[in-house]
Write a protein that binds this ligand. Structure first.
Ligand code: SAM
Length: 264
């Protein structure tokens, strides 16, 4: 897979891309990242890439000319590959989107800076816009690395265990089960006995149930789209029944707390 990144800070990328799994993916030729400094396509003496916003107001806006020139120079006019703008206003980047992108042989990412990017870049150059979450960062470099990282680990041959990405949280529609390693007892906290039993079917059942429990507790919204067996549904029904029984045993749990005496 080839990724072209357009940014004002290419130096941010190398340290992270040269580590661990991403570095190995690059060495094996599974990931090729081409970094382009948008400033190299600025045409004036000061290599200007931003300007004041029309209409006034604070902050600077990234100019359209260097971005169009950079992308079209590298990828053709019009570009023949998906060009994705990282922006908090984009569609949410999820594991599902990462799986879609892992099928693409080549795509480009544009990392913004400043208060924003001239709207004509969105309208006439990019093919998609992605957000990595409902918060605002100072630049699109970390979001670009997030996308590259999440997509690369899904490429065949990148992870040692080819099944690993399919077992991860979200890929199967659930959060993943808890993990334990040696020692079997640490500060008196024991690893669940079933994991030490060597009984593969029991271990698989425990993991499935813990994945269901964890998803039910933390991200019940995911259960609506997860593929669930009859056994899964029965397990979830038992969890619900336990919750109701616990709530019934504490009849005042949901009642408003009494007014503290000093405020009465
Ligand atoms: N004023 C913009 C807004 O409210 O939508 C935010 C600009 S932000 C300070 C500068 C750049 O950081 C953006 O152009 C984008 O590339 C990147 N960025 C910030 N937060 C992001 C997020 N949650 N997802 C993706 N990119 C983000």
């Amino acid at each position: 897979m080839r990724v072209d990144v357009f940014t004002l800070f290419p130096e941010v990328f190398e340290p992270y891309l040269n580590l661990s799994i991403l570095a190995r993916a690059r060495q094996k030729g599974l990931l090729e990242v081409h970094l382009h400094n948008i400033r190299d396509w600025a045409t004036d003496r000061h290599r200007t890439v931003d300007d004041e916003p029309y209409g006034g107001g604070g902050g600077m806006v990234m100019k359209p000319e260097p971005i169009f020139a950079a992308v079209e120079d590298v990828l053709g006019r019009p570009p023949q590959v998906p060009v994705i703008l990282l922006t908090p206003q984009g569609r949410p980047f999820t594991q599902k989107v990462a799986w879609e992108m892992a099928q693409w042989p080549h795509f480009a990412l544009i990392a913004g800076r400043y208060e924003g990017i001239d709207e004509r870049v969105r309208q006439h150059l990019v093919t998609d816009e992605l957000s990595i979450g409902d918060y605002v960062l100072t630049g699109g470099e970390l979001p670009a690395l997030v996308v590259i990282d999440a997509v690369t680990r899904l490429l065949p041959g990148v992870l040692g265990d080819p099944e690993a990405p399919h077992k991860d949280s979200f890929s199967a529609g659930l959060l993943e089960h808890p993990h334990y390693t040696r020692p079997a007892a640490f500060r008196g906290w024991r690893v669940p006995e079933v994991l030490l039993s060597g009984h593969h079917a029991e271990i698989a059942r425990w993991r499935r149930q813990e994945a269901l429990r964890r998803t039910w507790e933390r991200r019940p919204d995911l259960l609506a789209h997860a593929r669930l067996s009859d056994e899964d549904r029965a397990f979830l029904a038992r969890l619900e029944a336990q919750r109701r029984a616990a709530a019934d045993a504490r009849p005042d749990a949901d009642a408003p707390s009494p007014t503290p005496p000093e405020e009465a």
